[in-house]
Design a protein around this ligand. Sequence first.
Ligand code: ADP
Ligand code: MG
Length: 640
Amino acid sequence: MLVKFIRQFKLNSTSKFYLLSIILILIPTVVLTIIAFKISYSATIAEIRMQMMEAAITLEQQFDIKYSSIEDIIIKQGVDSSSRAKQILLLNEELQPMVDNVSSKINGDIHIGFFWAEEQSIIACGPECDDYSPKRWSLDSPVFESYKTGMPAFIDRIDSSYLGHENISLYTLPIYNNNTIDGHIWVAYNTDKVSHIAHREAGKIAFIGLFIGVIFISLSYLLSIYFRTNIAAFANSVLNNDTDNNNKYMCIPELQPLVIAIETKTTELSKSYQLLFAEFQKNIQTLNELKESEQRFNTIFYNGPNLLFIVDINSKLCLDCNKNFTLKIGYTKEDIIEKSIYDLEVFKAADIDKIFSIINGNGKITNLEISYRHQNNKSHYGLLSTEFLTIDNKSCLFMVINDITERKLFREQLEKIDKLKLIDKLAGAMGHEIRNPMTTVRGFIQLLSTKNELQPYKHYFTLIISELDRANGIITEYLSLAKSTPITLTKANLNTIINNLFPLIQADAFARDMQIKLDLHEISDINLNEQELRQLILNIVQNGLEAMNTGGLLTIHTELINDKVCLKIIDQGKGIPANVLNQLGTPFVTTKDKGTGLGMSVCYAIAGRHKAKIYIRSSESNGTEITISFPTDQSTTQST
Ligand code: ADP
Ligand code: MG
């Protein structure tokens, strides 16, 4: 309870200790002081009573030796009974020496005397008391207790003006005259003096208690300083790991287990620290390895030859892509990241839907052929494979595109070559099936033309024969273009061939009200078949002129680019329709009413035989530019 009481004061532990000590010392001291006062008071009273009784009895004994009663004194001395004053004086003379004798032997604070009942007056008293005049004491006064009981009596705390004190203790011993009491011996003591003695005794106890308290608190204070100093030294030595300082805290041996425990824990901690540090270093190494591996992965991812990109399956947003992807589609990474795959306009929406319908069926895609678009609208082709990934708790699709545009074009070229072989066969068949009957027809016409009766029609026969020869010439030309037999190539300059052809081409253009521009630069000689190249140029020029409106300009341009002889024929026509462009070179593909659809097929065949490549750029607004790139000796040597 006391501790609870102290706790409510917000004091530090030292102040609490002192407060508790003071309370613990103060309370017993006060209690002990009270008890000491009570005991001392009772003991002193008992002692004084004994002394009072002894004094009374001593005085009685002395009285009894000489007299049997107070009246006996008067009788023996023969004093006139009518003079009270004389009688009192006589009694005083007889008894005062006895009183003086006794009072000289007892405690000076005890008053003793004789009281004569008949006169109700003190007749002798000591020490130092002269007034013996009669004092009429009321019979109700406790002083006369003994007269009622006939026994000695102690009366406490009576008011006595005689002794000039408030409280006195009185002992009365009756003096008998035969069977009646004619007076008494009284002994009085000032009880206030007893209180003073008791107070003095209690004061001593209080002083001793307080003294012990002060000593205790001082000792506690000194002890606390001692312990605090030693605990501070101990704490410092533990903190500094100062083993030499052990003696300092060994003056509190109870701390030794703590020191041992701390040392054990420190050793354990140091071991754990070493282990942790080793683990930490291992982790750092792993982290570095992870970093390196991440960097390696990043390098592989960002610089890989395939087109790589990652799409969030739910939001359809592009999360990342590699360099090749940005290069192939012509956008920067910033254009792509966080954009919807639909908004990129790289893939056809139908293709994206198809991809996600396969994915949502939990299927993986392997080598799905898709097309994708460059920013400049040029189409590319690739094989798409996918893998599921989880990045930052998002379900993602890792898409890998293996670009097959070149391969696809090559395949298409091969297909064209296959188609040309078909032309070859067709041409061969035509040669046999048309030429033979034509030869027969020509022979008979020639025979008929020699007949005399048919001479008036001779000019018809001549015309028929010349037309048949022309038709035969055309067939021969087709046969020669589509032939699978090797052609003979001779070194010649393309510019020369163009210059030779120029009048013919210009005449044609002139007839159509169009213009031809030659833009010929110095080029190397190449291995060529003049006949075939003439055909190639004529076919392409003719297509150009047919595509243009009157006033159009057709440019024939030659140039040496990267050791290759490039022939460009540029027109200002309406462009090649996209569906025709895709199948250009396929026999019989034509948009013209009287067209054969063989012209470009023948050109591809001739280019193939010269190991040349044909590139076409065409648009409705800018016309068509057809480039044929011929290998030269230098380029052939370099590539081998
Ligand atoms: P033809 O000329 O007999 O139609 P070609 O093989 O020469 O056969 O040409 C095939 C088709 O290609 C033409 O019908 C035409 O639609 C298209 N073409 C070829 N060259 C051009 C060009 N320079 N400009 C526009 N269209 C062209
Ligand atoms: Mg043509």
